[in-house]
Design a protein around this ligand. Structure first.
Ligand code: E4P
Length: 226
């Protein structure tokens, strides 16, 4: 069960990495755009924070365009780079070549159906990324897709392709993703922070702290065995 952060903003990651709970980071062109930095600068800064699994998305209409970007990223960032390709015919061809001929980890993104996840697994993807939130936004149950892919991968004994639940909007999406078989959930930093929260925890901590202050200081003789 792994937790990835879905952001390209460096402080989002640096503020949370010392929890020891972050296993990777996913980025996409929109997130890179919002970061205000170049992709390479951003990836290097994330690596410098100690993250060793970063999804770096390539763009383009053809397998060749995607592969050349992927190889350049892989040369520069080595095993820290997971290449993210879209679930298009050309993206799947690129996935096939990058995984089987170059041994590169590939994350097939923009997955909206089980059929796409099956093809991505066949193409040697290390990760398939079903977009839970964007399905929900379109009145289709995103978590049902996680469950369906998980059932298919179990029946077919697909072990090398992991389910990376993406496009997460809230803590409920996170819980249900893990419940129904996601190996990894990539989430916005805000959702990660909200996973800690429970009003009864806050109340309980308050009560314990208050009582702790009221514990009488014992004199050394009170500690002696009777
Ligand atoms: C992650 O890999 C995806 O690019 C991301 O989760 C998409 O999320 P969004 O639907 O909130 O843009």
């Amino acid at each position: 069960m792994k937790i990835f952060l879905d952001t390209a903003i460096i402080t989002d990651i640096s503020d949370r990495v010392d929890t020891g709970l972050i296993d990777g980071v996913t980025t996409n062109p929109t997130l890179i755009f919002k970061s205000g930095r170049s992709p390479e600068q951003t990836y290097q800064k994330i690596i410098d924070l100690g993250i060793s699994d970063i999804s770096m998305e390539v763009v383009g209409q053809t397998k060749g365009t995607m592969i050349s970007q992927a190889l350049a990223l892989s040369d520069r960032f080595g095993d820290d780079a997971t290449i993210k390709v879209p679930c298009t015919v050309e993206g799947l061809k690129a996935c096939q070549e990058l995984s089987s001929n170059h041994g590169i980890r590939v994350n097939v993104t923009l997955i909206f159906s089980a059929a796409q996840a099956i093809l991505a697994a066949k193409a040697g993807a290390s990760y398939v990324s079903p977009f839970v939130g964007r399905l929900n936004d379109n009145s289709i149950c995103g978590i049902s897709l996680i469950r369906e892919i998980n059932e298919i991968f179990k029946v077919q004994e697909v072990r090398t392709t992991k389910i990376l639940s993406a496009s997460i909007r809230n803590v409920r999406d996170v819980i249900q993703s893990y419940h129904f078989g996601a190996d990894i959930v990539t989430m916005p930093p805000k959702v990660f922070d909200e996973m800690y929260g429970h009003v009864l925890t806050d109340v309980g901590v308050g009560i314990f702290e208050k009582h702790w202050q009221e514990v009488p200081d014992l004199a050394p003789c009170d500690l002696d065995p009777v």
